[in-house]
Design a protein around this ligand. Structure first.
Ligand SMILES: [Zn+2]
Length: 91
């Protein structure tokens, strides 16, 4: 049995840190996605699923297919993204 198999070369540490960080990032993204899915299921229960949070219009079926957890129609989403970009530029 090769004991070294479970103990990677210490010089490999930076890349281990990097992959650890990316695992944490992925986990964080998954947590947020799970939360969004739970919200979407709740909206399904309330009969609010597929309705834009902002303008109350129906979100297009194509958009729901592409992003089932979205709460904004395409036009509200794009204006939100424009606003976000503006804020980031100020900061
Ligand atoms: Zn909208």
């Amino acid at each position: 049995m090769d004991q070294n198999v479970n103990f990677p070369d210490p010089t490999d540490r930076p890349s281990m840190e990097a992959s650890r960080n990316s695992v944490l990032r992925i986990r964080d993204r998954e947590r947020k996605l799970i939360f969004k899915i739970q919200e979407a299921l709740q909206r399904l229960d309330n009969g609010e699923y597929g309705i834009c949070e902002q303008c109350g219009e129906e979100i297009g079926i194509e958009r729901l297919k592409a992003r089932p957890v979205t709460t904004l129609c395409i036009s509200c989403k794009s204006s939100q993204e424009i606003e976000e970009r503006k804020t980031k530029r100020v900061v």
